[in-house]
Design a binder for this molecule. Sequence first.
Ligand code: SAM
Length: 231
Amino acid sequence: MREILETGLPQVGAGIECIPQLEEFTRLLLEKNQVMNLTAITDPGEVATLHLLDSLAVWQAGGLEGRSLLDVGTGAGFPGLPLRIAHPDLHVSLLDSLGKRVAFLQETCAALGLADVECIHGRAEEFARDHRGRFDVVVSRAVANLRILAELCLPLVKTGGRFLSMKAVDSREEIQGAEKALEKLGGALEQVIDYTIPTTDIRHRLLVIRKKKETPRQYPRRFAQIKKQPL
Ligand code: SAM
């Protein structure tokens, strides 16, 4: 695992001094994973590539230094927690609707001395009621189809800020299907960054969506409505 991180971290703009904390996070994750469902990936080398380096690839969007960043549907902390470990000046909030996962994140942040990380138990569409436009950046991996995800995430982004969506490289149809939704929510696709996870030949995609205008007040709707009638 250490070798993979030593090779991979500089390729995603991170320093190798964060390796001990990333290793400790991995140890806590795999230990807790024995008693609750946090990840299907249990090999430390694969955690290093598929979770840690993939999460850290978000840094390629650029201009993230010192920003406030919310990770929607963070699960066991991906991508938000590795980003905070590697870039301590980021102001990271982690949001998930599953209480047990948020409890794991709270324990983990305490054990790693990351007192500034905000771990929030809640649903994005409900959290948006009191936190509209609060974050410079909202990021999300493996949570929902872009049409749905955009309604969960864009209301939380500051006007002028960005929503970063981690997707598969074969997501062309999904992106096309979300064009209208992005427009209605005040967003526009600005950049598509395809990347290879360092030390692997796995290709993934990062969508950079700019919030150009304020999201109309009627969004986000209740989840049942979002799912039944995606924008
Ligand atoms: N982002 C993590 C990753 O890539 O490993 C976790 C992905 S997991 C497949 C999806 C997570 O999204 C789950 O932990 C689930 O509880 C959370 N989730 C789903 N819908 C949500 C919502 N509306 N608001 C907040 N969290 C949500």
